[in-house]
Design a protein. Structure first.
Length: 283
C-alpha cells in the first residue's frame, strides 16, 4: 500500500487493496487519510478519491510525516482529539488501539482520545464471546465490546467486526437481543465498519436455491404429453405448487384439480394424505 507501506494486512482490517493506474492503496487507508477528500463520484478513481489527489497525498506524506507508532514515513491518519498531534498509519493505529469511525466525517482517534463504552455491564461469571465462545475481558475495553441495548451480549472487537462485514447494514444487529438501532449506532461510534449493502450471503447467492420454486409435476403418473416440466399459465397443464411446503408440484389435470383451484397440497402436507387436497377461489 502506498500509504501504510504494508502488504501483509488482513483485509478485514485494512479493506480491499485497490490497484489501478500505477497506484496501490488500501480502502481504509484512503477513507481515513486526513489530506484526502472524495471529489469524484463513486465510479471515479477509488471510491470517489481521484487519482491526482491520491498522488498528491502520497507525495505529501512520503518524507515529512512519520507514524507515531512505527516511526516510518507515510503516516496519513490524524487524531481528532483536541490539541492531539499524533499521526499514524491506519493499520498501525488499529493494532495499537486507535479507533477510526466509518460514518460522518470518518474521524480517527488515538489510543488516548478514542471513544469508550459507558454501558453499565458487569459479568457475574466469566462471560464468553457470543461469536467465538472464547473468554472476553471482565469489563468493556478496546478489544471487548458490549451491546448497549441488553448489556448482556459480549464479544471481541475482531469477532463483531467480522460479523458486521458479513451481515452488513441491512442485517447487522445484536446477536442476543436482536436490537438494531442502538446497537448499530454504538458499533459505528466505536469504530466498527458496517458496509452499506446487503448481507454477503445474499450477494454471493448462497441461498438462491431456497427462493426458487420447482417447475415440474411430481404426480406419480404425469399425464402431460409434453412431460412433467411443461407449465402453462392456464388450462389442464397449469402447474400448481404445494401451498404448504412449496417443494412439490402437479399439473391441474394430474391431480384432478378443478379449473378454478388456487392452491394444492402434496401428499406429505395434505390432511387426507391422498395428495389430492386443493382449494377454490371465490368467484
Amino acid at each position: 500500500c502506498g500509504l501504510c507501506q504494508r502488504a501483509d494486512v488482513d483485509p478485514e482490517l485494512a479493506g480491499e487493496l485497490c490497484r489501478q493506474d500505477g497506484l496501490c492503496i488500501h480502502e481504509n487507508c484512503l477513507y481515513h487519510a486526513s489530506g484526502l477528500s472524495q471529489r469524484g463520484n463513486d465510479a471515479e478513481g477509488f471510491y470517489g478519491f481521484l487519482f491526482p489527489d491520491i498522488r498528491q497525498e502520497l507525495k505529501r506524506v512520503a518524507q515529512k510525516v512519520r507514524c507515531c507508532i512505527c516511526r516510518l514515513p507515510g503516516a496519513s491518519v490524524t487524531c481528532w482529539g483536541r490539541r492531539c498531534r499524533r499521526i499514524f498509519h491506519f493499520p498501525c493505529g488499529s493494532e495499537r488501539g486507535c479507533v477510526s469511525q466509518f460514518f460522518g466525517e470518518f474521524r480517527s482517534f488515538c489510543w488516548q482520545h478514542r471513544p469508550v463504552q459507558r454501558v453499565r455491564a458487569a459479568q457475574q461469571e466469566q462471560t464468553p464471546c457470543l461469536i467465538c465462545l472464547e473468554a472476553v475481558a471482565g469489563q468493556p475495553c478496546y478489544d471487548t465490546l458490549v451491546c448497549p441495548a441488553c448489556a448482556s451480549a459480549w464479544f471481541h472487537r475482531r469477532c463483531i467486526q467480522g460479523q458486521a462485514l458479513s451481515s452488513a447494514l441491512h442485517h447487522f444487529r445484536c446477536p442476543l437481543c436482536r436490537d438494531v438501532a442502538a446497537f448499530q449506532d454504538e458499533m459505528f461510534r466505536l469504530g466498527i465498519k458496517i458496509p452499506d449493502r446487503d448481507a454477503a450471503w445474499e450477494l454471493d447467492g448462497s441461498f438462491t436455491d431456497l427462493y426458487e420454486q420447482r417447475g415440474s409435476c411430481d404426480a406419480s403418473q404425469c399425464l402431460c404429453p409434453a412431460g412433467p416440466e411443461q407449465a402453462e399459465e392456464n388450462g389442464p397443464w397449469r402447474l400448481l405448487l404445494c401451498s404448504s411446503c412449496g417443494s412439490r408440484g402437479t399439473h391441474q389435470r394430474c391431480s384432478g384439480a378443478e379449473e378454478d383451484a388456487e392452491s394444492w397440497h402434496c401428499s406429505d402436507c395434505s390432511d387426507t394424505g391422498t395428495g389430492e387436497g386443493y382449494s377454490w377461489g371465490h368467484r
